[in-house]
Design a binder for this molecule. Structure first.
Ligand SMILES: [Zn+2]
Length: 162
């Protein structure tokens, strides 16, 4: 079965940036990553290359920022009261953390400066502006259930539910 829209795809990956520095790897965790294909769960540049691959296939792909997490915006910063952080008392410049956003949910940010009552953060995604190199091995492809398609994500082993 091939990876395509509304299939649930399980895969291992190594991710490095353009300098070859390791960013992330599914091999560091107990299980490979499971996603619902075609629903924006992974960056477009990776999903496009994965399409049509089957279990056992290995490939690597270099994803430029415009197909990944976007270009960095230098002015994309904000001063935020400490109460909006779950871990404000332990933050220092350079830390990646999450910020509660209006309407619910969280956003990944990087700390620039910590004041007595406010924190300056960079709202760019930590991977923005980077060319990302993925080494991927597909381990499983199956049909999604109607519930998974309705929710827009994969359930069960290696997936998540919320
Ligand atoms: Zn669900």
């Amino acid at each position: 079965m091939k990876a395509e829209k509304d299939k649930v795809v399980t895969f291992h990956y190594h991710l490095t940036d353009e300098t070859g520095t390791k960013v992330d790897s599914s091999h560091d965790r107990a299980e490979p990553l499971t996603i619902l294909f075609g629903h924006g769960q992974i960056i477009p540049g990776l999903e496009q290359t994965m399409e049509g691959h089957e279990p056992g296939d290995k490939f690597d792909v270099s994803v430029p920022p415009e197909q990944g997490y976007g270009e960095r915006r230098e002015d994309f910063t904000q001063r935020v009261p400490k109460k909006y952080f779950r871990d404000a008392d332990h933050l220092k410049p350079g830390d990646a953390t999450v910020l509660s956003v209006q309407g619910g949910g969280y956003r990944q940010v990087v700390v620039l400066k910590v004041g007595s009552s406010v924190v300056d953060v960079d709202l760019n995604h930590p991977m923005a502006g980077k060319t990302l190199k993925f080494d991927v091995e597909i381990t499983d492809v199956r049909d999604a259930t109607p519930e998974e398609i309705e929710h827009g994500h994969a359930h069960g082993e290696g997936g998540h539910h919320h």
